[in-house]
Write a protein that binds this ligand. Structure first.
Ligand code: DAH
Length: 343
């Protein structure tokens, strides 16, 4: 028997081949560990070959020992190399918890004021109001004169602001669109006018110098204060729900007679009084009234035949009531964390 054909040496070569193949085929670290135990473990075939060296003929023994050690070393090295290949894969998998819900992407949303405006216009559309628009850069005539506001009247003083050039202002309210719509159309008219208005107001918890308004105008034969109140009550009930009450408070506007402020229960304090409602329990959401005959005369309507009501509301104020927001500035600062709550 020659040494090269020694069965032990043959066995060692065979084990080395099998071991290397198993290591190469290991798909992950667990499979690699299994092949380590299988080939290099204390009860593995290489260990038992080593254990049987003493049964080999003496001249053969050192060669068998050497071959077994070389096979062990080759397998251990191949195992390390394969481990390095598999390890990063395992680390990446381990850091992903497949049971976690996905991260929500910020996809944007509709601003709470815009939501409120759409909803308000929707409620009035059920009552037969269509939407109208008018220019933000407005003439003094439409902004003041056509609405029976003399330029030296205190009502104009309050809004006398942002002149672009002589006779041209950034509109201080959406009311000028009343006159524009009446000039362009014959009665009956039922319109809501969403849009921006500008005033030299300070930016504080209850005011902004540029803000949204929704104007409303209904003109027809036989429109009276009862119909006006019914429409506003319907709106408040539809928008805020039955827990919010509304009241009409006498007021003055040059373009309505009589005029009223409409207040609703403050939702921040449920009517008990807080800083948002100046401790009154009520928040004013609109100015309103029966259209003054002088306005009808300005646009060429016969005040003996036509009557109507008008209102102007502030959707920012209304959004505050709806969501219990204590400071209007929160709605205008582009704080996505805050605004995202209403998306
Ligand atoms: N234009 C008024 C303002 O901005 C609000 C207003 C009051 C509008 C009474 C109206 C109205 O149509 O009838 O303060």
């Amino acid at each position: 028997m020659t040494l090269s054909s020694s069965p032990l040496l043959e066995r060692i070569k065979e084990l080395e081949r099998e071991g290397l193949a198993a290591i190469k085929e290991a798909v992950d670290l667990d499979a690699l560990e299994q092949s380590r135990v299988r080939f290099l473990g204390r009860r593995g075939p290489l260990a038992s070959v080593m254990g049987s060296i003493s049964s080999a003929p003496p001249p053969e023994r050192p060669l068998v020992g050497k071959a077994a050690n070389a096979a062990k070393k080759a397998l251990a090295e191949a195992m390390e190399a394969r481990k390095a290949e598999l390890a990063p894969k395992r680390r990446r998998l381990a850091s992903v918890d497949g049971t976690l819900p996905g991260r929500k992407l910020w996809a944007g949303g509709i601003h709470p004021i815009t939501q409120v405006m759409d909803e308000i216009c929707g409620i009035f559309s059920e009552l037969g109001f269509t939407r109208a628009r008018g220019p933000e850069v407005e003439s003094v005539h439409y902004n003041f004169t056509a609405l029976n506001i003399p330029l030296d009247h205190p009502a104009a003083d309050m809004m006398d602001t942002f002149y672009l050039e002589d006779g041209v202002v950034l509109r201080t309210h959406t009311s000028p669109v009343q006159a524009r719509v009446m000039e362009a159309h014959k009665p009956p008219i039922r319109v809501v006018v969403p849009g921006l208005a500008y005033r030299r107001d300070s930016f504080d918890p209850g005011h902004a110098p540029c803000f949204e308004q929704i104007e409303g105008l209904a003109v027809d034969e036989g429109v009276d204060f009862v119909e006006f109140r019914a429409a506003i009550h319907h709106f408040v009930n539809a928008f805020f729900g039955p827990s919010v009450e509304c009241r009409f408070r006498p007021s003055f506007y040059p373009f309505t007679e009589p005029s009223a402020e409409v207040d609703v229960t403050c939702t921040v304090c449920a009517g008990s009084g807080c800083p948002t409602c100046k401790r009154t329990g009520w928040v004013t959401i609109m100015g309103s009234g029966m259209v003054d005959p002088a306005v009808f005369e300005q646009v060429g309507y016969d005040p003996e035949r036509w009557t109507g009501y008008a209102f102007g509301m502030g959707p920012a104020r209304i959004a505050m009531v709806r969501h219990g927001i204590p400071d209007m500035r929160l709605l205008y600062e582009a704080d996505v964390e805050f605004l995202g709550q209403f998306a």
